[in-house]
Design a protein around this ligand. Sequence first.
Ligand SMILES: [Zn+2]
Length: 281
Amino acid sequence: MPELPEVETLRLQLNPILKGQVISKLEILNKKTFHGDPKLIINRKITGISRFAKVLVFETKDVAIAIHLKMSGRLIYRGKKQPKNLKIDDIELKKLPNSHTRVTFHFKSGDILYFTDQRKFGWIKLLDRVKREALKEKLGIEPFSKNFNVENLYKITSKINRPIKVVLMDQSLISGIGNIYANDGLFCAKIHPKTKAKDLDKKQIQKLHECLLMVLKNGIKYKGASENLFRDAFGQKGELQNYFYVYAREGKPCKVCRTPIVKFRLGGRGTFFCPKCQKSQ
Ligand SMILES: [Zn+2]
């Protein structure tokens, strides 16, 4: 599932291309993907693309187009500004639209943006200002906002008796961190994923805060993780999967001490850690 760095990758790529462009036509191929009256955005100019947590928001004068990729959503741009010599590994993306295309945005310039979604959990919602704020309020602290500081993180963790990894992935507490970045952030901070959040002292939370920002920034630097279905706005793979610390590395040697990485299930999710670097408390 795309997490904060994957969605931020799309924002960084699409914002310079689509900002100022006018939507001329919308094709809704799967009704359940699109919520709202499409007429509200026809002939509207995109004034910018923002992001909160894993939600990408195309701003227009009075309606925001909020997009959530969920499990398998992809946003693929085709037009004059796509890079030359595209590296497309997924044959489905060589021909667009394809059988997984759910919504197509056409722009006056002739540019096209395809929303494809194999598993159909993703959505596009048209939101007025009130609904936009309501959606934002449901989500926890955004890691790249100034509210995400050591004090606030400690305020959250010190009251919770659940494992720290489950807490990091709870979108109502902190938003945007999923399984990859929770696993690798905890490894960097040398914290066992099962440690009860309230048992972590301020010093450990300080380290964890630093590590979470580091792994998220690293994800953006490598244009996201494409070990699965995520592809960037041009349909190309991100590269973070080549640099995971512990995530998806079961049985492989720890990058610090060579001890084999262990996998177990926690809160229903595959959890990876180094038994030597991340001791239980
Ligand atoms: Zn280790």
